[in-house]
Write a protein of this length. Structure first.
Length: 93
């Protein structure tokens, strides 16, 4: 059974995935001291999810891609933030 996203759920999902991507990416960047590893892991995870959905004959809708893209943007923002903090001299990052 397919459930369509209503606009409120879509907006909440976009905000939630972008904040979640930023938070997880920021923590991984601090712990592993890498800058773009969380971004690469996110791309790989999303690729795996999309391919597995296509194989199961349930292709994702355009709104699913929008929500996943919000997560990618959050992860990219965390890498950019860590890089900026390192450039400004914050050693813990």
């Amino acid at each position: 059974m397919f459930m369509a996203l209503n606009p409120i759920t879509l907006i909440i999902s976009i905000v939630l995935f972008s904040i979640l991507g930023f938070g997880i990416g920021f923590i991984l960047n601090m712990l592993l001291r890498t800058t773009w590893l969380p971004f690469a892991l996110t791309i790989g995870l999303i690729g795996y999810v999309v391919i597995s959905l296509i194989v199961k004959d349930t292709p994702p809708s355009i709104w699913d891609y929008v929500v996943l893209y919000a997560g990618i943007v959050g992860t990219f923002a965390s890498g950019w933030t860590i890089q900026t903090l390192r450039r400004k001299g914050y050693r813990m990052f």
